[in-house]
Structure formats: structure tokens, C-alpha cells
Design a protein around this ligand. Structure first.
Ligand SMILES: Nc1nc2c(ncn2[C@@H]2O[C@H](COP(=O)(O)OP(=O)(O)OP(=O)(O)O)[C@@H](O)[C@H]2O)c(=O)[nH]1
Ligand SMILES: [Mg+2]
Length: 238
């Protein structure tokens, strides 16, 4: 089986994780071989949502029922997710991109680096403009932070400017983006972010290109080796 990039999508209940996954699939499914795994507590609603919306071809979406503790299934006891991943890779050996949606979590839950190569964290503005300051690993350290539901900002009296400056302070050089995933606003940035990862992975699997340092971009090479997890995913932050 070829190289595979695994991207985790985490964030609080209802912030827009499934909508993000749907929008990504719509934009990239014709270009890459993609599979999606969702984590739900007792149901497979997220998988059902993506299936109903025809996010991917039937069979490429699988729901994992995590039982009581969804955080554990992506961080501590990741065996259910690893099993799902290996079943899907056998079914679709050409898979290039795997997305894993976590169950809604609290602000501190993150993915195990043994399960994903990159983490996207989704919050929404209705949680209040003090949310960046409440911190948590997802907000501070995720590889990409998505601040969703900007269309609701006027109704919940939230200032996007203040979220923006707080996030710059909390995240330093790590990227974040404002979105309205109902309307695909902000998706271009997210798709570019993923495309950059895919492009780097291609370069790195090609020895000639990989040897040329001028072709390296800001994304570290370490990310692209599935079995090198020692300093991942936060080695690029301080
Ligand atoms: N107004 C607005 N609503 C949104 C936006 N994105 C998602 N929603 C709505 O927010 C609700 C939750 O969206 P989901 O994508 O299911 O969120 P989720 O994080 O996957 O939710 P769980 O998996 O249940 O934790 C749905 O009713 C969406 O229609 C947005 O940008 N603006
Ligand atoms: Mg969901």
C-alpha cells in the first residue's frame, strides 16, 4: 500500500466537523482516493450524514461507535479506529487521504499521533469570543484551527477581530481560518492547506526532489513518514 496521509478533525459538539468533512470531500474526491471514519458515542449519525449527502462513494465512509468516552477512542485506546483504518485500506488500497472525525469533545481532547499525521480543530463563534483565551490543546496546538459559523457572529455579539487577535497570540505561527461551512466560505484556504501537504508528500517520496532543499516548504518532512511519531504533531510549535 502506498503512502497515506491521515487527518483528524476534532472539536466541540456541533461546531461543524461533519460539515467540514463534507466540504473537503466535495472539493477533493475527484482528485484523491479518500476514505472517512467518524466517531460517535452510540450511533453512526455522522457517517449517516456524510453518506446521505453523498460526500464520498458508498463504502468509503465508516462509522465507529465509541461507547461512553469518545475522547479515549481517538487518544488513548485507538484500536477501534486503527481497525477501521486497516479495514478501509484493504478495501481501497489506493487510498491517499483518510479523515477521522472525532466525537464532540471538550477543549483539551486531541488525537493520538499514532492515529493521525495532522489535526484540524473546529470551533464555532457561538461559543463566545473568549474561547481562544480558554485555550486547550486543540485551540492552541492543532495544525489548523477552523473558526466556523462566522455568519452567526452578529447574533451572538461576538467580535471576529477580537477572536483573530487572541488567536494570533495563542497560536503564534500556526494557521487558522474563519469559515461559514454552510456556504463553503473559507474552504479555499483549507483546500490549499491540504494540497500543500499532499504536494510535499509527493516530493518527499521522490528522492531527487526531496534532495533539493529549495523545494522544501514550511511543512516539515517529519510529518510524512507514517511511522515516525516521536515528535509529532507538535514539534513545530514551541
Ligand atoms: N449558521 C451556521 N450553521 C452551521 C455552520 N456549519 C455547520 N452548521 C450547523 O451546525 C450544526 C452542527 O454541524 P455539524 O457539521 O453536524 O457539527 P459536528 O461538529 O459534526 O457535530 P457533532 O458531530 O454532533 O459533534 C448543524 O445544524 C449545521 O447545519 C455554519 O457555518 N453556519
Ligand atoms: Mg459530526
Amino acid at each position: 500500500m502506498g503512502n497515506l496521509i491521515r487527518i483528524g478533525i476534532g472539536g466541540p459538539v456541533g461546531s461543524g466537523k461533519s460539515h467540514l468533512l463534507l466540504r473537503i470531500c466535495e472539493k477533493l474526491r475527484d482528485k484523491y482516493s479518500i476514505i472517512a471514519i467518524t466517531n460517535d458515542i452510540y450511533t453512526r449519525e455522522d457517517a449517516q450524514f456524510l453518506t446521505n449527502k453523498k460526500a464520498l462513494q458508498p463504502g468509503r465512509i465508516i462509522g465507529v461507535e465509541t461507547g461512553g468516552c469518545p475522547h479515549s477512542a481517538i487518544r488513548d485506546d485507538i484500536s477501534l479506529n486503527l481497525d477501521a483504518l486497516s479495514i478501509m485500506r484493504k478495501k481501497f488500497p489506493d487510498t491517499q487521504l483518510a479523515f477521522i472525525e472525532s466525537g464532540g469533545d471538550n477543549l483539551s481532547a486531541t488525537f493520538s499521533p499514532d492515529l493521525v499525521d495532522y489535526q484540524i480543530y473546529v470551533i464555532d463563534v457561538a461559543q463566545g469570543d473568549d474561547i481562544p483565551r480558554k485555550g486547550g490543546m486543540g485551540i492552541g496546538r492543532s495544525d489548523l484551527l477552523v473558526v466556523n459559523k462566522i455568519d452567526l457572529a452578529p447574533y451572538v455579539d461576538v467580535s471576529l477581530e477580537s477572536i483573530h487577535s487572541d488567536l494570533e497570540a495563542v497560536r503564534g505561527p500556526l494557521p487558522f481560518v474563519f469559515t461559514n461551512l454552510k456556504k463553503s466560505e473559507g474552504m479555499k484556504y483549507i483546500i490549499n492547506w491540504i494540497e500543500e501537504i499532499m504536494a510535499n508528500q509527493e516530493k518527499n517520496s521522490n528522492p531527487l526532489w526531496a534532495q533539493n532543499p529549495t523545494l522544501k516548504s514550511g511543512i516539515s518532512k517529519d510529518h510524512h513518514h507514517e511511522h515516525e511519531h516521536s515528535n509529532h504533531p507538535h514539534h513545530h510549535s514551541h
